[in-house]
Each structure stands twice: as structure tokens, then as C-alpha cells.
Design a binder for this molecule. Structure first.
Ligand SMILES: NC(=O)c1ccc[n+]([C@@H]2O[C@H](COP(=O)([O-])OP(=O)(O)OC[C@H]3O[C@@H](n4cnc5c(N)ncnc54)[C@H](OP(=O)(O)O)[C@@H]3O)[C@@H](O)[C@H]2O)c1
Length: 266
């Protein structure tokens, strides 16, 4: 489905992004792998070569910090110089939160918004003119069930994930008739290091696994669901296998019940 297509994945150094890189490599796509840690991107590239037989020349490693918004056009130019086109952009980089609002420094909220919202918007805006010019392209963002339902200890993360859901739904309405597909990915609990990497009240990393994520869907399985959804042109791709996947539906039919449940959930 994505053979020879140029697929740019942010957050490709770990978790869902790493599994997506392998899934696209399995289809012999050309890959642009982005995140901050170059050594981890090298490791993922090696896996794509060894496990999926992807040629090294089909992989571009492009370290970046999505929160450095001004670099988005520069990085986009680098990809276009290298591969000549961008078919798919997957805005997957992200960071979560584990802290109560009352304790959380405002700078932590700013960081969550910069990484989880503004970074995705900046890269999307940088790539969009190229896709509009070609009259084709596919843009995805990894939101979350937390982008549909608010939960304790994640007020900034929920705000960010709700924000990207709104932004990309609105973008879809603007560009779909111009040949650009927009997909919002809505994971529940996926077994990645997302909890360990979450920000606490002072901005330091939480550093601990959490039961919900550790017991969640395997990231390779999640990547399979996502790549199939993208291949079928789905506009929204729910991915997960636990009870949390019922939450967006339940909030529509019985919001009061969901508000009570989220309050009682530690
Ligand atoms: N796992 C879940 O249960 C779950 C559920 C819902 C949504 N999600 C979303 O799924 C996405 C992927 O998360 P994950 O679960 O795979 O967690 P993860 O393993 O912690 O991966 C996060 C990725 O984002 C990258 N990243 C973080 N900050 C960045 C920055 N400033 N600039 C560029 N890259 C950055 C990280 O790489 P570097 O550290 O190398 O930069 C890493 O590759 C996130 O958007 C997350 O919110 C996850």
C-alpha cells in the first residue's frame, strides 16, 4: 500500500513511532525518522534494515525537537532535497504528564503545549504547501483517548490532545477536497515507555512504568491497526483493546457517569 511512498514519522525513536517505522519498512516505504535522540533513531533504522529488509538508502535519519518550531520549514526542505517528495507525515512525537494541576508549574503546561500541539501544527504547516501543490498527501496525528475524555493527573496532556483533535478535524474539513487525507489516531493504553517519559509537576520525568500502559496493547499490534487504518483512508483510527476504548462513546451517551468514573479513578 505504501511501497516507495515517502513517510515521515516523528517520535520514531521509541514506542508507537518505532513500531510504525517497522510496519512501513515492511511495506518497503521510504522513511524519514525523526525524534531528538539520534542514537535511538540509528537503532530503529538498523531494525528496519535487518528485520524488514529495507535498503539503508531508503531511510533518512533526521533528528529534531518538534518544540523548536522555527526549524520545521528547514527540516521540511531537508526532506524534500533528499527524497523530492513527502507522501505521508505522521505527527506522532509526544510527551504525557503525571501531576495534579494544583502542583504543576506553568512552564510544564507550556512544554506540553509546545511538544504535543504547536510542534504538530508547525510541521504540518511546513509540509502542507508541498502537498497542496501536488494535490495529494496524507497527514496523521497521534492524539489519544485523553483527547476525548479528561482524566486526573493529565490536565495539560488532555488539553493538548483535545487541541490536536480539534485542529486536525478542522484541517481535514479545509483540505480533503484538495486531495489531502487527514487522520486522527486515537490510542488507548499502548505498552510503551510513555508513562516513564511523562512530565511531573516540576518538569522532571516521572521515571516509572504505569500499570495501565504496561498492560496495554503491544506497540507492534497498534502499528498494524494504524497502518491498516491509514491504508483504508480512515479519518479517525481508534487503537487499543481495553475498557478505556469505551470511554469516548460512554461520554456521549452518559457524560455524568464518565465524570464520576474519572473522579474516582486514581
Ligand atoms: N502509549 C500510550 O498508551 C499512548 C496513548 C495515547 C496516545 N499516545 C501518544 O502516542 C505518541 C507516541 O508515544 P509512545 O506511547 O510511543 O511513547 P514514547 O515511547 O515515550 O515515544 C514518544 C516519542 O516522542 C519523541 N519525542 C518526545 N518529545 C519530543 C520532542 N520534543 N521532539 C521530537 N520528538 C519528541 C520521543 O523521542 P525522543 O525522546 O528521542 O525525542 C519518542 O520517540 C505520543 O504522541 C503519545 O502521546 C500514547
Amino acid at each position: 500500500m505504501f511501497t516507495h511512498q515517502v513517510v515521515w514519522i516523528t517520535g520514531a525513536s521509541s514506542g508507537i513511532g518505532e513500531s510504525l517505522a517497522l510496519a512501513f519498512a515492511g511495506q518497503q516505504a521510504r522513511l524519514v525518522l525523526s525524534a531528538r535522540r539520534r542514537d535511538e533513531l540509528d537503532r530503529v533504522a538498523k531494525r528496519c534494515e535487518q528485520e524488514a529488509g529495507l535498503s539503508r538508502t531508503a531511510i533518512m535519519i533526521l533528528p529534531l525537537d518538534v518544540a523548536e518550531l522555527e526549524t520545521a520549514p528547514v527540516k521540511t526542505d531537508e526532506v524534500l532535497k533528499h527524497f523530492g517528495q513527502i507522501d505521508v507525515l505522521i505527527n506522532n512525537a509526544g510527551v504525557s504528564q503525571r501531576s495534579l494541576c494544583r502542583d504543576t508549574d506553568l512552564t510544564v503546561y507550556q512544554r506540553l503545549m509546545d511538544v504535543d500541539v504547536m510542534g504538530q501544527i508547525a510541521l504540518t504547516k511546513a509540509v502542507l504547501p508541498h502537498m497542496l501543490e501536488r494535490g495529494r498527501g496524507h497527514i496523521a496525528v497521534t492524539s489519544s483517548v485523553a483527547g476525548k475524555v479528561g482524566v486526573r493527573l493529565r490536565s495539560g496532556y488532555c488539553a493538548a490532545k483535545h487541541a490536536v483533535m480539534g485542529f486536525f478535524d478542522a484541517l481535514r474539513a479545509e483540505v480533503e477536497d484538495e486531495g489531502i487525507k487527514v487522520a486522527t489516531i486515537v490510542p488507548g493504553f499502548i505498552a510503551t515507555p510513555v508513562a516513564e517519559n511523562s512530565l511531573t509537576a516540576d518538569g522532571s520525568s516521572f521515571g516509572q512504568a504505569d500499570e495501565d500502559n504496561a498492560g496495554g496493547m503491544a506497540p507492534d499490534k497498534a502499528a498494524e491497526v494504524i497502518i491498516n487504518g491509514l491504508g483504508r483512508g480512515k479519518r479517525e483510527i481508534p487503537v487499543g483493546e481495553g475498557k478505556e476504548m469505551m470511554a469516548p462513546w460512554l461520554k456521549r451517551v452518559s457524560p455524568e457517569l464518565v465524570f464520576r468514573m474519572t473522579k474516582n479513578r486514581k
